[in-house]
Design a protein around this ligand. Sequence first.
Ligand SMILES: Cc1cc2nc3c(=O)[nH]c(=O)nc-3n(C[C@H](O)[C@H](O)[C@H](O)COP(=O)(O)O)c2cc1C
Length: 228
Amino acid sequence: MDIKEAIRSRHSVRQFKDTPIEDAAKTRLNEVIEECNQESGHHFQLICDDPGCFNNFLAHYGKFKNVRNYIAIVASTLPNDYEESCGYFGEKVVLEAQMLGLNTCWVGGTFSKGKCKAKIAEGEKLVAVIAIGYGENQGAVHTSKPMEKLCTVPESEMPDWFKEGVEAALMAPTAINQQKFVIELRDGVANIMSKKGPFCRVDLGIVAYNFEAASGHEIARVSAKLKR
Ligand SMILES: Cc1cc2nc3c(=O)[nH]c(=O)nc-3n(C[C@H](O)[C@H](O)[C@H](O)COP(=O)(O)O)c2cc1C
């Protein structure tokens, strides 16, 4: 499976099998997480065999079942754009997980922050977690706003690479499926802006990663700042 197929087949999965994550997959995930941490300055951590974080009312209300593994999205809060950066690098890990045959769900609210086993140093913050494991199902395609609501360029005028990027952006996970972003094309360069909403800045980074991975083109404003 390549990254474009991973973008197409990824849907949030909230119910997981008992099967532990295979050693080879765990090793690869830890490698990618380490690369992301090096590049971003964050402190993402894969935590396995710890059901406590999803064993509360909120998680059950959110229809989570048997979440035994998660990636703690622990940010270094030094950069102003640390939330966007968490989204960008977290989505990189999510798509790698999909390519390894795993399923995921970004979770900003419906988990127990107090029971999260991640190490959080001074100057760091737990922004979200990503539930991960072998899903009982593959999730479902989310309903999407129409392309013309999320992009200022008419479809007939889009260069092929840009269209691929926008299509991948529309498939990206966003908190409560809010899709509060707008993508534009100026002087041949893509740009992305966010409206206001919960986790909007994290969403922005996630959407930017999907766009860049599918189009092979960097988004001007977001990527310049996110990569150090
Ligand atoms: C930043 C962020 C936070 C999220 N928080 C939660 C959450 O607290 N609980 C939950 O059940 N889903 C959560 N989600 C998953 C979204 O509901 C889901 O991505 C969205 O509905 C789109 O569906 P899809 O991921 O299947 O494409 C979150 C997603 C993102 C990106």
